[in-house]
Ligand binder design. Structure first.
Ligand code: AMP
Length: 420
């Protein structure tokens, strides 16, 4: 038997209902906030990710699914969506007609991480990006939208963490202070962090290794090193969040795993996911559009981990599952033909009607109707067809009444419609 690839998974009926529900709620909410859907390919040239995410990040160094196609071009399965959306924004010269664009996209991402609960090699993200707005109000709007998404999905026990990672003006000063601090502690850092200290020192701050956590417990925080513009920007994001009643905590240790972030960064964390506590993360990336060859355009965005969200939403697949309104238990070839016509007519009217297509006994058909959770069962044999009337059983009350077959479709539409 051929099994699926390690770290990949199937999303089956019984679980998919929750995914569909999340998608409906998210797309409706994003539309309410003026975001349009964009769909970009799941493969791009490797260079796009290497240049945007950063050569010295875990994703680019270790986790990308990269291969040469048959012509030898280096292609990568996208590890995140932002780079492709930026590429699309630049490629279609979107800034010429209207630089301000708000997008969302939902789809699979690929990272060759160590699989564990809440961490997969193909996982899904709900992603939103805003281009052309330098104002801190867009950061506040996106964080608010994210918090609203979790509220609409009735996700309990979540908290928005926010921080600022400064800009090219203040980052060198902060990095120097951080490196000086780390220099005194090199011997207690893990091997990765010793390397990161020169390649990507900010990442040392969120290393999960206990020794490193302890070592950086009182490392300098970026919030104390922001330039005046970045400090004003951060304050304005906070004011914006306060004005919409969006709760958050300031997290001086929050850094993110991708190089392109500037200024506002945030994460939604929950106590309900164990080690993988981040449900969503995002931030501003003002330099990226230009770095990828586009105009000098501010931008900001977030990604929600769909798989993790599906684990913690306040609804169950069982409650969302649509069950057949009616099961037509047909006995004999003629009754089966009629049942086929009735179930089709009902499906066309938006009512789920099931039947047995294998001519099984009444007993086994009743069993199946019960298993499917059908609300009513119509039992039709040759005699009933001749009489033009068949019994309908209400599966909740067990009551049984005769129904004129000529009215079956209309009657069922009426009943199922009333019960919807
Ligand atoms: P990132 O793009 O790394 O900022 O991740 C954004 C969100 O995607 C995280 O907060 C997670 O919820 C989710 N995520 C990232 N990597 C994985 C993974 N390997 N498996 C499942 N979810 C992930």
């Amino acid at each position: 038997m051929i099994q699926l690839i390690r770290g990949f998974k199937d999303i089956l009926p019984g679980e998919i209902e929750v995914w569909q529900y999340i998608e409906q709620v998210a797309t409706a909410l994003f539309a309410d906030y003026g975001f349009s859907e964009i769909r970009v390919p799941i493969m791009e040239r490797t260079e796009l990710f290497a240049r945007s995410i950063g050569e010295n990040t875990d994703i680019v160094e270790k986790e990308m699914y990269t291969f040469a196609d048959r012509k030898g071009d280096l292609i990568t399965l996208r590890p995140e969506a932002t780079a492709a959306i930026v590429r699309s924004y630049i490629q279609h010269k979107m800034q010429t007609s209207d630089p301000v664009r708000k997008f969302y996209t939902i789809g699979p991402m690929f990272r060759r991480e160590r699989p564990q609960k809440g961490r997969y090699r193909q996982f899904y993200q709900i992603d939103a990006e805003g281009f052309g707005i330098a104002s801190p109000l867009i950061d506040a709007q996106m964080i608010t939208m994210l918090v609203d998404l979790l509220a609409r999905l009735e996700v309990a026990d979540t908290q928005a963490h926010i921080n600022s990672l400064g800009c090219p003006a203040c980052r060198p000063g902060y990095t120097a202070a951080l490196v000086a601090f780390l220099d005194d502690r090199t011997d207690v850092l893990c091997e990765d962090c010793r390397r990161r200290k020169t390649s990507n020192p900010l990442r040392v701050i969120d290393c999960k290794v206990p020794g490193c956590r302890e070592a950086v417990a009182d490392a300098p925080a970026f919030l104390d090193h922001l330039c005046a513009d970045c400090a004003d920007h951060f304050q304005a994001v906070r004011d914006g969040l306060d004005s919409t009643g969006t709760a958050y905590v300031i997290d001086r240790r929050l850094v993110r795993g991708l190089d392109y972030y500037t200024r506002t960064t945030y994460e939604i964390q929950t106590g309900r996911l164990g080690a993988q506590s981040a449900v969503a993360g995002g931030g501003r990336y003002d330099g990226l559009v230009k770095a990828l060859g586009g105009p000098d355009m501010p931008a900001t965005g977030f990604a929600v981990g769909f798989d993790r969200l599906a684990e913690i939403v306040g609804v169950s697949a069982d409650a969302l599952q649509r069950r057949p309104a009616v099961f037509i238990a047909a006995l004999g070839a003629t009754a089966q033909k009629r049942a086929f016509e009735w179930t089709t007519a009902l499906a066309r009217r938006g009512i789920i009607a099931e039947m047995d297509m294998a001519d099984r006994s009444l007993k086994s058909q009743m069993k199946r109707a019960d298993r499917l959770g059908a609300r009513w069962v119509v039992m039709v044999g040759d005699d009933d067809l001749a009489a033009g009337e068949a019994p309908v059983r209400d599966m909740t009350t067990k009551e049984q009444i005769p129904m004129p077959l000529a009215e079956l479709v209309e009657q069922m539409v009426g009943r199922a419609g009333a019960g919807k």
